[in-house]
Design a protein around this ligand. Structure first.
Ligand SMILES: C[S@@+](CC[C@H](N)C(=O)[O-])C[C@H]1O[C@@H](n2cnc3c(N)ncnc32)[C@H](O)[C@@H]1O
Length: 225
């Protein structure tokens, strides 16, 4: 199986370690907490399931899933990002299994999850397709992937090779069409969109043009039976 981040993993963890302290400050999951909760409830249901949140960061998705009663594991390569997630889980009295490893190192068992969440992670990855293959491997047959991401920049020069050691193919972000292609290539089907449950433009403007809202998608897709 191909690796998600064979070259960039250490630099990527350093990058997010440095950003962790300010990540939640103005995040949509803080400003729009009730809308994100409604999306998760509608998309994932509230019957208790095994959930793995890949690239959990400060834990937004893991906290939402666990708050809905799912048994939740959160995986992230950045110790600092996860330390914020752990503090938030303790404060909320929510039980989450935290794994401070990259997706490649985490050795997640095959067919062990009913739901995998991947929010705002694909754009950071050297090999996004490998992350979807990993999600498919750890999902039980018929399991559900929740995939969300957006187009964060319009004109940024892709200098990811200088910063991280290898090109990130979606350095400026992804469109819904990109995501649907990736999902189809990875063998996922029955794609559903939940974007309509998020009012307005929750992420605000792209980082290099104040007049252009960030377009984003929230999709679920089903692993083959
Ligand atoms: C933009 S943040 C998104 C965090 C969270 N999913 C959210 O929606 O708020 C991206 C996260 O992906 C993590 N990440 C990137 N590449 C990773 C990898 N190969 N393995 C594990 N985590 C990774 C980073 O450390 C960072 O915390």
């Amino acid at each position: 199986m191909q690796l998600v981040s064979p070259i960039t993993a250490a630099n990527m963890a350093d990058h997010w370690n440095a950003r962790a302290w300010k990540f939640d400050g103005t995040a949509s999951h803080r400003r729009d907490a009730s809308s994100w909760r409604a999306v998760f409830r509608a998309a994932l249901g509230d019957e208790s399931r095994d959930v793995v949140d890949l690239g959990s960061g400060t834990g937004a998705c893991a906290l939402l899933a666990a708050g809905l009663g799912h048994r939740t594991t959160a995986v992230d390569g950045s110790l600092e990002m996860l330390s914020h997630a752990k503090a938030a889980a303790i404060e909320a009295g929510i039980d989450i299994d935290f794994i401070n490893k990259t997706m490649d190192e985490a050795a997640l068992p095959s067919e062990s999850a009913d739901i995998v969440t991947l929010r705002n992670v694909l754009w950071t990855l050297e090999n996004p397709q490998a992350a979807l293959a990993l999600a498919r491997r750890i999902l039980r047959p018929g399991g559900k992937l929740l995939l969300s991401d957006g187009l964060w920049f319009r004109h940024r020069v892709n200098d990811s090779r200088d910063q991280f050691g290898a090109d990130l193919p979606f350095y400026n972000g992804l469109t819904e069409a990109d995501a649907r292609h990736l999902l189809a290539d990875a063998g996922f089907g029955r794609v559903e969109s939940w974007r309509h449950l998020m009012p307005g433009d929750p992420y605000g403007a792209v980082y290099d043009d104040p007049d252009t809202p960030i377009t984003f998608f929230i999709l679920t897709a089903i692993a083959p039976e």
